[in-house]
Design a protein around this ligand. Structure first.
Ligand code: G1P
Length: 271
């Protein structure tokens, strides 16, 4: 069973400046709804029961979004607006599921995930990177199905333009399982074009084993002086752990850049 999800939210969001100089990028509205709520909806619909948010002191606004009860209660008493009641109920539902952990120095996704170590109870957990929205199909749900069948790690995958491989974690394939799934031979974080083994990129959905924490504990900084989850995944693969790459069916939206963020609103408004 996959019951817990980790969502790292402590990043500075410099690619979305100036908006992120005063605001958490994950709360920026995409077609009228904070980006992170799309991720929460995906988790809930995939059967996740507990969510660990990694935030920072600078991003307390995210906690406040879920802990503004007295304000909502006052507003509901005053206005008796059905829409506000529905939205508040949704916030309450998620509030009950979320635990907050702090990463005050942004040192990379690997470091963020390590901060959640003490909360992870089961053998496997889900990791979602909130810059990556996947619409039209619940990618986490599809990956959990694959996990149930194979009882091993799973990562979302998508072919990207060869010229952009240095922006992603890139896979090489060991063997194909079916049209959409394959066993991973190796993975490398942000390779240059010459050393990239393929143009298959990791997209921000992972089902990972709890034992990755033993690798993260000693993980040295990699590309861009950050601690990457990819580098610890690589160690597990080298030790013989099975990892499946899953070419997901939904549409990928990159909310981490200004152009991608603007485009996300347009795409979601079409649904
Ligand atoms: C992270 C991962 C990378 C992955 C990407 C997907 O990179 O490190 O392997 O391909 O997310 O969005 P980041 O976007 O944090 O640079």
């Amino acid at each position: 069973m996959i019951r817990q999800a980790i969502i790292p939210l402590a990043g500075l969001g410099t690619r979305l400046l100036p908006l992120t100089s005063v605001f958490a990028k994950e709360l920026l509205p995409i077609n009228g709804k904070p980006g992170v709520e799309y991720i929460l909806d995906e988790c809930f619909d995939a059967g996740i029961k507990e969510i660990i948010f990694i935030i920072s002191k600078k991003k307390q606004i995210i906690k406040k979004y879920f802990y503004n009860d007295s304000f909502f209660k006052k507003m509901i008493r005053k206005k008796k607006d059905k829409r506000i009641i529905i939205e508040y109920k949704k916030i309450l539902k998620y509030k009950k599921m979320i635990k907050f952990v702090y990463q005050n120095k942004p040192m990379g996704t690997g470091d963020a995930v390590y901060k959640a170590k003490k909360f992870i109870k089961d053998k496997y957990f889900l990791l979602l990177l909130p810059d990556d929205l996947i619409i039209n199909k619940n990618c986490s749900k599809a990956m959990i199905k694959i996990f149930k069948r194979n009882n091993c790690s799973v990562m979302a995958s998508m072919k990207v333009n060869k010229k952009t491989v240095n922006r992603w974690g890139i896979f090489s394939i060991k063997s194909k399982i079916n049209i959409s799934d394959f066993y991973i031979k190796d993975v490398i974080e942000k390779p240059d074009i010459k050393s990239a083994p393929s143009n298959r990129a990791i997209i921000g959905r992972y089902i990972l084993p709890k034992k990755i924490f033993t690798k993260l504990k000693h993980q040295k900084k990699g590309k861009g002086e950050e601690i990457h989850i990819t580098d610890s995944i690589r160690k597990l693969i080298y030790e013989g752990d099975k990892f499946i790459g899953h070419n997901f069916d939904g549409k990928y939206l990159d909310c981490g850049t200004m152009q991608g963020y603007i485009n996300s609103s347009l795409e979601i408004s079409k649904i």
